[in-house]
Every structure is written in structure tokens, then in C-alpha cells.
Write a protein that binds this ligand. Structure first.
Ligand code: C2E
Ligand code: CA
Ligand code: CA
Length: 637
């Protein structure tokens, strides 16, 4: 009946701690008892009564001391605390009961008997409600207090005294039922509080976990990084690795989201198996992961980065297909690159961006220079739209020369930005920004229109070549925009040539096919630009209506130039001849280079040897000179 073991340990601990709280009540009870016992003892000269009163005082004082010392005892286990409390309570109760019984047995004067018995009943009931948290203590406490008194009362030959014994038993039963009722209420409310605390804890864990991979999610990463940094920072350096899977979107698009999710899970698994035991690992969202761990120095961070890169890009097998997923990584080090999580994350993110821009599948450490680079990019981004309105952009034209006759056959339109403060900006610096922000569409349309307008002034056999970015081709109504520009400039379609790079063709999109088909049906021509820098697949040359291949300048003057590239140019030229295509050599700077590419079979050439890109009036002048003298082998150098 007194078993309360069904409650679990945390609830039990709360209830036991409850026994020791409010030492004030314990103190009042004990003080009351000591005074009553000593006064009652003074009414008699029986030694044993006096000794019992002294024992009661000693136990009372000891219990108060224990309750006061609780803050130092909290580390002890619950069972020990409960046992000590029980021992004190029970012995006190027994001594109170025995003292009460003795005042009756030794027939002490009425007021003395009344004093102790009343105290005992009061104490017994008080203790039963005070100890309702542990009903066994409450019940046994009352039994020990009341039993000796009841027995002594019952033994008297007096009806009223016997009736008092019965009344005490009845009161005991009432108190017992009340104690149990209080216990149940107390237990239920404590366990309800416990359950909701545990539920809240569980919800918090869920809110910080990524459902797909089981790693931490963004919120979890934030929480754990802050927590770990506080712990780690005292002793060591910390490396924060930020990963991004290269071209994961393509896997998702081509193989479906389910396969995509499995790739994410596998990558998570690999990171977990490679990270140090105390690493914080999470998925930051999409195909980005973060891993942070302690490192001795930069060198160790580098070793870990290489291992992780190697591990993630190890081919993976999903069902029947074998996939290769490369990844890029940015790394920031604490305390070198930042002293708080936010700065470290910014650093790693910037470094990751750098790794991606530099060609992916690599890791790069944060460098303050990257911040400056980013600031410049941001400025360019902000100023580019204004630049168009303020007329800071213009189109320059670089001649493309027939290597047999030396005559200008075309001009390539190259955009220039004359910035009022930064001076002349190369397209390599702002075209990628325009591509990133989408501004390339407006900018590209403007370039095409300007180029077409200039070309309309040239002799009919001279064409104009315009570079197109992938995004321009995929924009809705792209082909129509170009045809409109031609119409407005009154330039026949066959005098426009569009230069596109292989990357445009890589994804085999229907948009690109339609774009090229529609424009080539209208008479527009196409040139494959920068040939030799990408995959250099000859398959594209057959599939698409290219009239020209532009061999990249690295084959002419770069580190690749030499016997091997000469052989490549020769092979491509031979093929072009059979397909009735033109081969343009780019970047010709010296007469030797011109001779070499001509010997290798190139039909057209472009480069500083002939002329740099020049404004439209100078382009028109070059053409006029050529027509007059018929010998413009070298124009402007
Ligand atoms: P690209 O299409 O390969 O253009 C040729 C680049 O090589 C031009 O640089 C040109 O000035 C440079 N070049 C020509 N001859 C020589 C030479 O003998 N030696 C050396 N070292 N370089 C030479 P630019 O004008 O800075 O353009 C760079 C790239 O920017 C272009 O490469 C093209 O991809 C892009 N671009 C330029 N204008 C436009 C444009 O209007 N639209 C788009 N979408 N891209 C453009
Ligand atoms: Ca070009
Ligand atoms: Ca080129």
C-alpha cells in the first residue's frame, strides 16, 4: 500500500528534495517539541522521562542541521538522502510517541500529559501532510508517534482515556487518506511537468535535425557551433569547412529527387565517417554541408580538406548507376580568419565562392583579398545598370583577316566600359557579373543592336560577329530579339555571325536547338568560340550549323602553343576543309604566329598583329583605307 516505486527516478528526486525544503517548518516543529518535552519532564522526577526528553531534543537539533546542509548534499544519490531523512523522522516520531506514552504510564499531572499528547497529535498530523511526497514516511511516522500513546491510553481503566485512544486511531486514518490524496496530486503534477519538459527537449532535437540526412540542419549548426566554439576556443585552432556539391542540380534534374536525396545521404555518411569524433557536421541546405573541428594548424586543416574532398568525390553507386560527384570547398580558420561564428562562416563562404569561380572541384582557404574582390564585384553589379543609362559602355570592333588575301572579312564586336573612376574595365571583369545578375540580357540586346547598326554602314561583304552568353540564348524570345535588331538596323541576316562557346551546348536543351535552328533558317551564321578550352567535342561541329571554328588563343600564344597544338590546329583545319568551314586563329600577335597558323591550315586570323579592337569610326576608316589602297596588310598596331 505504501509502494510508490512506480514513479521514475527524476520524479522521485524532485519529491525527495521536497522533503528537505522549508527547513523552517522542521525547525518550528523541533523547537516546539524540545520545549514541550523539557517542561513535561520538569513535572516528574522519573529519570527515564528526562532522558527521553533529552534524546528528543538531540534528534530534533540534528534534523534541522541536516535540512540546512541540503545544498551541500544534492550531489548524493536520492536513496541515501531519503534513507537519512527517514531515519531522523522515524526516530523523532518514536521518541515523541514513547514520551507521550510515558507521561500516561507514569501518571504525570494532567497539564503535562495534555502538553505532550497534544504536541504528539499535532506533530503527527503536521508530519503526515509535510511528508505527503513520500507517503510511506507519513504513515509510518504517524504510526510510530501515535501507537505508544494509544497503547498507554488504552491500558488505563478510564472510559474517557480509552475513547481518546480510539479518537486518535480515527484521526490517524483520516490523516492517512489525506496524505495519499496529496501524494497523488503532487506526483501527477510533477510527472506532467516532467513529460512536457521531455517533449520540449525532443521537439528541440527535431527542430535542429535535417530530415533527409539526419545531420544537423541550419538551426542545429548555429546552436552547436556556438556551443562548441565556446568549448574549443580555450585550447585550439578550429577549421570550418564549407562544401558545395558541383552540379548537383543536374543529378537532381536528370535522375529525380529521390536519387538526389540518396546522394545527399551518402555524402552525409562519408562526412560523418571521416570527420574527427568531436566534429560538428550539418547540411546547410540544398547541396551544401558544413563541418567544423579542432585542428593543430593550417597544415592539418589542409590534410583534412584533401581527405574530405577525396572521400566525397569517390564514385558512388546508386541502384545500377555509377555517379561521380565532385565538390568545392571553402575553409576558414579560427582565430586567424575570425573570432566568431558569423565571421568564420562568411570567410568560408567567400572561399567557397572563390573555389567555384576558379573552376570547381577544389578547396580554397579564406584570404582577405577575397573580400576586396567581392566588394569590387558588388560595386560593378550596382553600377552596371547605371553604366548603360549614362552611356559609359561602347562597342569596339576587332578585324578578322583573310590570311590569304589580307583583307578584312569581319569584325568581332567587343564591349568596353569606360568607368569615370575605375577607368577602362575589361569585359572579363563585368560580363560574368552581368551573367550572374541577369543584366546580360538587357546588355546583350543592346550590344547586338549597336553592332548591327555599325555593320549596316560597312561594305556588303564584311560581316559582324557578336558574342552571346548562355543566358541570352535561354531567355524567352531570344531569337526574335535578334531578328528585330537586324530589321531595325536594316542589316541582312547573313551579315551577322553569333559566337557561342561549347558550354551553351553541353546541356542539350531544346531552347538552344530551337534558337539556332530558327536563326540559321533566317540566314544568321554561327561560330564556335574558344575551341580547345573546353571539351572540344567534334560532335557539336557536326550537329549544329557552325560556319566557323575559332581556335582559342592559348593554342597560338599560350603555354599550350607548340608542336602539339600545331598538330591539333592542323587536324581541325583538315576536318573543316571537308565540312566547308572556316578556321579562325585567335590572338595572333607576331608575324611568326601568323605564318604558323596559315601553314597549319587556318583560313582566317585575328589578333593584335593586325589590329586591336577599335571604335566604330576607326573600324569604318580601316575598311575605307583598305578599299583605297588595296594593301592594308597592317592597319593599326
Ligand atoms: P573572346 O570572345 O575570346 O574575345 C577575344 C578576346 O581576345 C578579346 O578580349 C580581345 O580583345 C582579345 N584579343 C584579341 N586579340 C588579341 C591578341 O592578339 N592578344 C591577346 N592577348 N588578346 C587578344 P576582350 O575584349 O577583353 O574580351 C574578353 C572576353 O569577353 C571575350 O573573349 C568574350 O568572351 C567576352 N566578351 C567581350 N565582349 C562581349 C560581348 O559583347 N558579349 C558577351 N557576351 N561577351 C563578350
Ligand atoms: Ca569571341
Ligand atoms: Ca574567343
Amino acid at each position: 500500500m505504501f509502494r510508490t516505486n512506480a514513479i521514475d527516478d527524476r520524479v522521485r528526486r524532485t519529491l525527495v528534495a521536497n522533503l528537505y525544503t522549508h527547513p523552517g517548518t522542521l525547525f518550528t516543529g523541533a523547537a516546539n517539541g524540545i520545549i514541550a518535552a523539557l517542561i513535561a519532564a520538569s513535572y516528574s522526577n522519573v529519570n527515564v522521562i528526562f532522558d527521553t526528553a533529552v534524546a528528543l531534543s538531540a534528534i530534533g537539533a540534528l534534523r534541522v542541521t541536516m535540512a540546512l546542509a541540503l545544498p551541500w548534499l544534492v550531489g548524493r544519490d536520492t536513496a541515501w538522502l531519503e534513507r537519512i531523512y527517514q531515519l531522523g523522522a522515524f526516530s523523532y516520531c518514536l521518541v515523541v510517541g514513547v514520551l507521550g506514552g510515558m507521561t500516561v504510564e507514569y501518571d504525570l499531572p494532567g497539564p503535562a500529559q495534555m502538553l505532550i499528547i497534544c504536541y504528539a497529535i499535532g506533530y503527527g498530523s503536521g508530519m503526515s501532510s509535510r511528508n505527503a511526497g513520500r507517503p510511506a514516511i507519513a504513515v509510518w511516522g504517524m504510526v510510530l508517534t501515535f501507537a505508544p500513546i494509544c497503547i498507554a491510553l488504552w491500558r488505563q481503566d478510564d472510559l474517557a482515556t480509552k475513547a481518546l485512544a480510539v479518537a486518535i486511531v480515527i484521526a490517524f486514518m483520516g490523516m492517512m487518506s489525506i496524505a495519499f490524496q496529496i501524494f497523488r496530486t503532487l506526483r501527477d503534477s510533477v510527472s506532467a511537468a516532467e513529460t512536457s519538459a521531455r517533449l520540449a527537449e525532443k521537439m528541440q532535437v527535431l527542430a535542429r535535425t535535417d530530415v533527409v540526412t539526419g545531420l544537423l540542419n541550419r538551426a542545429g549548426l548555429n546552436h552547436h557551433l556556438i556551443e562548441h566554439l565556446a568549448r574549443w576556443r580555450k585550447t585550439s585552432n578550429i577549421a570550418l569547412f564549407w562544401f558545395d556539391l558541383d552540379k548537383f542540380k543536374e543529378v537532381n534534374d536528370a535522375l529525380g529527387h529521390q536519387t538526389g536525396d540518396r546522394v545527399l545521404v551518402e555524402v552525409a555518411h562519408r562526412l560523418r565517417s571521416q570527420g574527427k569524433p568531436d566534429s560538428v557536421i550539418g547540411r546547410f541546405g540544398g547541396d551544401e554541408y558544413i563541418l567544423a573541428c579542432e585542428v593543430r594548424d593550417r597544415r592539418e586543416a589542409e590534410t583534412i580538406a584533401l581527405t574530405l574532398l577525396g572521400e566525397v568525390s569517390r564514385p558512388l553507386r546508386i541502384d545500377e548507376s555509377r555517379l561521380e560527384i565532385a565538390c568545392s570547398m571553402g575553409i576558414a580558420l579560427y582565430p586567424h580568419d575570425g573570432e566568431d561564428i558569423e565571421t568564420l562562416m562568411q570567410g568560408a563562404d567567400l572561399a567557397l565562392y572563390h573555389a567555384k569561380v576558379n573552376g570547381r572541384n577544389q578547396a580554397s582557404f579564406f584570404d582577405p583579398e577575397m573580400t576586396r574582390e567581392l566588394v569590387r564585384r558588388r560595386e560593378i553589379e550596382a553600377e552596371l545598370r547605371l553604366a548603360m543609362e549614362r552611356d559609359e559602355l561602347s562597342i569596339f570592333f576587332q578585324p578578322i583577316i583573310d590570311l590569304k588575301t589580307g583583307k578584312i572579312r569581319a569584325f568581332e564586336a567587343l564591349v568596353r566600359w569606360f568607368h569615370p573612376e575605375k577607368g577602362e574595365l575589361r569585359p572579363d571583369e563585368f560580363i560574368p557579373v552581368a551573367e550572374e545578375t541577369g543584366a546580360i540580357i538587357t546588355l546583350g540586346n543592346w550590344i547586338t543592336a549597336q553592332a548591327a547598326r555599325a555593320a549596316a554602314q560597312w561594305p556588303e561583304d564584311v560581316t559582324v560577329a557578336v558574342n552571346l552568353s548562355p543566358l541570352q540564348i535561354k531567355a524567352p524570345g531570344a531569337a526574335l530579339g535578334i531578328l528585330n535588331a537586324l530589321r531595325e538596323a536594316r542589316l541582312p541576316a547573313h551579315r551577322l555571325e553569333l559566337e557561342i562557346t561549347e558550354t551553351v551546348l553541353l546541356d542539350h536543351s531544346k531552347q538552344t536547338d530551337d534558337f539556332m535552328a530558327e536563326l540559321s533558317a533566317a540566314g544568321v551564321r554561327f561560330a564556335l568560340d574558344d575551341f580547345g578550352t573546353g571539351y572540344s567535342s567534334l560532335g557539336y561541329i557536326n550537329k549544329y550549323p557552325f560556319g566557323k571554328i575559332k581556335v582559342d588563343r592559348s593554342f597560338v600564344s599560350g603555354v599550350n602553343a607548340g608542336k602539339k597544338s600545331e598538330a591539333i590546329i592542323r587536324a581541325v583545319s583538315e576536318m573543316a576543309l571537308t565540312l566547308d568551314m572556316q578556321i579562325v586563329a585567335e590572338g595572333l600577335e607576331t608575324i611568326e604566329q601568323v605564318e604558323a597558323v596559315r601553314a597549319a591550315g587556318c583560313t582566317l586570323g585575328q589578333g593584335y598583329y593586325f589590329s586591336r579592337a577599335v571604335p566604330d569610326y576607326l573600324a569604318a576608316m580601316l575598311l575605307a583605307q583598305e578599299r583605297e589602297k588595296l594593301n592594308p596588310q597592317r592597319a593599326i598596331g
